[in-house]
Design a binder for this molecule. Structure first.
Ligand code: NAD
Length: 333
């Protein structure tokens, strides 16, 4: 039986506790939150689980094998470090840490202690992303041209980070998981309107071989949009995460170049064929992810969404923030 301690029972923590408690071979031995309101909610929803106010109760407990850190990003490093130092595996929320140096230190510490880190990049476990990955691996889209994603709504603006650090980790982790290549350079622009943290931002990432990616994140949009376009030489894909049924659509559309003898003689034809909506498995992504973490610990296997995957995202976030401060200047990653 793998025993978990969970730190943080705000908005996202309850999902972690619920999923961990539903898994076989795993137990939640305690949950900690600074906030009395959060502790009261925990007692009401999980009466059998021990409640703590001080994270050290769980971090140092010999009865805990793994710690889940479900607190704001600026606390991740300190809590994850203490967990690793006390010999616990770590499941930590996205974004992994507040900067690259912290992420590197945690990765080295886990390596030394032979412990695992998993960063919660939940979307990688959704039916949609798993299906897109399969289609790309089968070469259905051909050589990729672009990845373009829009994640906007009238949302909870955070007080401790800008919209890039809040929403873009989803898109950047999906991009890194699907595209196989690492971004070479990033340019980002954005604007803050109230508290000094940008509430709208546009990130462009340049990949090798003319592959380009764009992410639009926004907390002040009147409507919610969660749409990603992936364009390839052979086919193009649209993922609308708000669709209940046909979340994915693959279009047999594209541009065929007939002759390339100089720009004036360039002959192209537009292809417009069928559309296909592939079947997407409907399972709770977080359930699959937690199950995978438990299996990785049992089999002593490194998860694909490990500290290094988290670090890659933090590196891109840092580059985006640096570019943002210079009004879009290109920053090499
Ligand atoms: N994977 C996802 O899809 C997803 C979704 C939402 C949030 N998140 C991430 O989850 C994390 C938490 O976000 P949230 O929206 O739940 O935040 P939140 O502010 O609603 O909740 C955080 C909770 O942690 C508690 N806390 C903070 N520091 C603590 C400490 N040192 N010890 C004990 N308790 C402490 C707070 O009292 C609060 O109840 C963030 O990193 C966020 O990016 C991930």
């Amino acid at each position: 039986m793998l025993k978990f301690g969970v730190i943080g029972f705000g908005y996202w923590g309850p999902n972690i506790v619920r999923n961990l408690r539903a898994l076989e071979g795993c137990a939640v031995v305690g949950v900690c939150d600074h906030s009395p309101t959060a502790r009261k909610r925990l007692q009401a929803s999980h009466p059998g689980v021990a409640v703590h106010c001080d994270p050290r109760d769980l971090l140092t407990s010999p009865d805990v094998d793994a710690i889940a850190v479900i607190t704001p990003v600026w606390t991740h490093y300190e809590l994850a470090k203490a967990a690793l130092e006390n010999g616990k595996h770590v499941f930590v929320e996205k974004p992994f840490t507040s900067n690259v140096a912290q992420a590197e230190e945690l990765i080295n510490l886990a390596e030394q202690k032979k412990l695992l880190i998993m960063v919660d990049h939940t979307f990688l476990f959704t039916g949609a992303v798993r299906k897109i990955k399969k289609l790309l691996e089968e070469g259905m889209l051909g050589k990729l041209y672009y990845y373009d994603s829009m994640r906007v709504n009238l949302g909870l603006s955070q007080h401790d980070c800008n919209v890039i650090w809040d929403l873009a980790p989803h898109d950047l982790s999906i991009m890194n998981h699907l595209l196989h290549e690492d971004a070479e350079a990033i340019s980002a622009t954005g604007q803050s309107h109230w508290n000094g943290h940008e509430d709208i931002a546009f990130i462009t990432a340049y990949f090798p071989d003319r592959l380009i990616a764009h992410v639009n994140v926004n907390w002040i949009s009147p409507v919610k949009v969660r749409t990603t376009l992936i364009g390839g030489e052979k086919k193009m894909l649209v993922w609308n995460d708000l669709e209940a049924d046909e979340k994915l659509k693959v279009y047999d559309k594209g541009v065929d170049v007939k002759s390339q003898e100089g720009v004036y003689n360039l002959l192209v034809s537009y292809r417009s064929g069928d559309m296909w909506a592939p079947q997407v498995e409907q399972v709770e992504a977080l359930r699959l992810e937690m199950q995978y973490f438990v299996e990785c610990i049992k089999n002593n296997e490194r998860p694909f969404n490990d500290g290094c995957a988290g670090l890659k995202v933090v590196r891109m976030l840092e580059a985006a923030n640096e570019s943002l401060a210079k009004r879009g200047e290109l920053v090499y990653v």
